[in-house]
Design a protein around this ligand. Structure first.
Ligand SMILES: O=C1O[C@H](COP(=O)(O)O)[C@@H](O)[C@H](O)[C@H]1O
Length: 247
């Protein structure tokens, strides 16, 4: 299992620049290796930081991207709570990824979370076949409680191993009904990248990295790289010895 690599930046803006370079390189490498770049996006604070610079990057072969969502709220695509809507507004509307290579939750199934999760497994199979999906990169956020995707502390979904996509109707963070990738898929990625900004995340980041508390984000592994991009605010309580400063 790779050790976490933690990179600290002065601001969210600096993270956007670093992410632009990092994702462009990861995309280039994956396309050279396999002809495509498979990536998941999270919701919350991530899409804005991710897209700020990346959306103007003309060196990226956007036509080779296949985009999924690490988790999604069971709401229509035009709902304010939709992770897809957020990603569309921040990034997807600005870059030429073919529409059939972007995989949002099926909008016809948002009132039936079980069916939506099952459908999302089929969407994964349409790109990865029957093998356990191995994304080139998952782009993940963390909540102040340590959740990532829609995997919340103490929730039974933390132990799910028999499906690639699970659903819940009791998310402690609204909205309650959601679907989420499970650990077998998350941890089978080549690279998992967390993006953490702001003082509001300083306590939980310290708990995960320094105190090694078994919060959902702290249980994320990867096949090759496990990377954290953090700003000064989020790293405010971290022991200095755990940091790396350049990629
Ligand atoms: O509900 C969610 O929250 C997490 C963290 O969001 P943030 O705003 O604190 O960064 C997010 O990663 C996840 O995709 C989303 O559904």
């Amino acid at each position: 299992m790779p050790s976490p690599e933690i990179f600290k930046f002065a601001s969210a803006d600096e993270i956007s620049t670093a992410l632009d370079h990092f994702i462009a390189q990861a995309s280039h490498d994956a396309i050279a290796r396999s002809g495509r770049f498979t990536v998941t996006l999270s919701g919350g604070s991530l899409p804005k930081v991710l897209a700020a610079k990346l959306k103007s990057n003309t060196t990226v072969e956007w036509s080779k991207w296949h985009v999924f969502f690490a988790d999604e709220r069971c709401v229509p695509h035009d709902h304010d709570d939709s992770n897809y809507l957020l990603a569309k507004q921040q990034l997807l509307d600005s870059v030429p990824i073919p529409a059939n290579q972007v995989h949002p939750i099926n909008p016809a199934l948002v009132n039936d979370r079980h069916a939506a999760a099952k459908d999302y497994v089929q969407q994964l199979k349409s790109v990865f076949g029957e093998e356990l999906p191995s994304f080139d990169v998952n782009l993940l956020g963390i909540g102040p409680d340590g959740h990532c995707c829609s995997l919340f502390p103490g929730h039974p979904l933390l132990d799910v191993k028999d499906t690639w996509v699970a659903s819940l109707d009791d998310s402690p963070k609204p909205p309650p009904s959601r679907i989420t990738l499970t650990y077998p898929v998350i941890n089978n990625a080549d690279t998992n990248v967390f993006v953490v900004t702001g003082e509001g995340k300083a306590d939980v980041f310290h708990q995960i990295i320094d105190l090694k508390e078994p919060l959902p984000s702290g249980r994320v592994q990867a096949k090759r790289r496990l990377i954290w991009f953090v700003d000064n605010g989020a790293a405010g309580k971290l022991k200095a010895s755990t940091l790396k400063y350049s990629l």
